[in-house]
Design a protein around this ligand. Structure first.
Ligand SMILES: NC(=O)c1ccc[n+]([C@@H]2O[C@H](COP(=O)([O-])OP(=O)(O)OC[C@H]3O[C@@H](n4cnc5c(N)ncnc54)[C@H](OP(=O)(O)O)[C@@H]3O)[C@@H](O)[C@H]2O)c1
Length: 325
């Protein structure tokens, strides 16, 4: 596993982070608690120290599972959790309903402090390494939100500040108030919006990037065959990206780069993750895992460094695939 410092913090962090959204069950067709705990432990056993979670992942469920899994090894974990998607108040802006509860985007100071205490209890700890505003709240001034986050850092309750689902103007506003150690944004071979705006801003400001949905929710693993079925509330059921036609063309593209994976003796999923890590100097790839097998496979991608030539070949194949869509 390779490690580097997160943003302006002193926190030495694995380039692969374990994502725990699916462990909350919601929007992923349910979850298996034992398999989730095994996946968290397997990640830690395989060099991953970055664990990313959020209160919204199953209304506290994912955080509770993380809290249980890291018992006895808290000091070995770079624990990232979030604030700003709330169900204890209806202040801010309505976002969605989760398990029958209205969830709002709200980043008022008192609410952040309330959320943090709830997260600390569920995670069975007294500090968070990276505390991230999950989605931005148009009703609260960023100066006010950042003032609270900076105060929490002063108090030692959080060690680094992150922001997620931001645009360039929002990142600028945060940066005016203080250091932003990481942004967390959707980024993978198929979702590359951040390359033009956010990515260069991050490089200039010593802000790390945590890519989310690094495997495009599993689509880029090379394992989503025509036979794979999704059930319950799994968001992939109605996602056109997971249509039969899309699976077919993605898998055809992945076949074109699989010889490179063979050269490195790695899987397609590992090649896709390793490519992601090459796209910016301070990139960390968050990969969700449902079980220890996926967690171990994803963790091993953190040891792979691709040559420039191979990255260029992958990009050329990717361009061909995207041009045909
Ligand atoms: N800040 C935000 O708004 C935000 C948004 C989204 C995600 N995130 C974070 O980023 C993390 C990662 O993103 P994500 O979970 O959306 O997507 P992802 O990492 O692209 O995909 C995760 C899913 O892909 C499948 N998978 C993972 N590894 C695999 C492997 N080696 N082989 C085959 N299938 C594999 C698993 O689902 P199946 O086994 O069911 O196919 C898994 O749940 C999240 O867990 C969360 O922590 C943050």
């Amino acid at each position: 596993m390779r490690y580097q410092t997160l943003g302006t913090s002193q926190i030495n962090t694995s380039l692969i982070g374990l994502g725990t959204w699916a462990m909350g069950g919601w929007m992923w067709g349910g979850t298996d608690d034992k398999a989730s705990i095994d996946a968290i432990k397997a990640s830690l056993d395989n060099g991953v120290n970055l664990i990313d979670t959020a209160p919204a992942y199953g209304l506290g469920k994912a955080e509770e599972l993380v809290g249980e899994a890291i018992q006895g090894r808290r000091e070995d974990v770079v624990l990232a959790t979030k604030c700003g998607l709330v169900w204890h108040t209806q202040q801010g802006e309505y976002f969605f309903d989760e398990e029958g509860k209205p969830v709002h985007r709200y980043l008022g100071g008192d609410s952040i402090r309330y959320e943090l205490e709830q997260s600390l209890t569920r995670l069975k700890t007294d500090y968070i390494d990276l505390y991230i505003t999950h989605w931005q709240d148009p009703t609260t001034d960023i100066n006010h939100t950042m003032e609270t986050l900076l105060a929490l850092k002063e108090e030692g309750k959080i060690r680094a500040i992150g922001i997620s689902n931001v645009n360039g103007d929002e990142l600028k506003s945060y940066l005016k108030c203080g250091a932003v150690d990481a942004i967390q944004e959707k980024y993978n071979m198929l979702d590359r919006d951040i390359e033009t705006g956010l990515m260069p801003m991050c490089a200039e400001n010593n802000t790390s990037i945590l890519s989310y949905s690094s495997l495009a929710q599993g689509l880029l693993s090379g394992k989503i065959s025509a036979q794979r079925q999704f059930s319950g509330d799994d968001q992939r059921i109605n996602d056109p990206r997971f249509s039969m036609q899309s699976r077919h063309s993605i898998n055809q593209f992945l076949d074109t780069i699989s010889p490179i994976a063979k050269d490195y003796s790695i899987s397609t999923a590992q090649l896709v993750i390793a490519w992601t890590l090459e796209q910016a100097p301070s990139m960390f790839a968050l990969c969700g895992a449902r079980n220890s097998q996926q967690a171990i496979e994803n963790a091993a991608a953190g040891a792979v460094t691709l040559s420039k030539g191979d990255v260029d070949t992958i990009n050329a194949q990717l361009q061909k695939y995207l041009a045909d869509q």
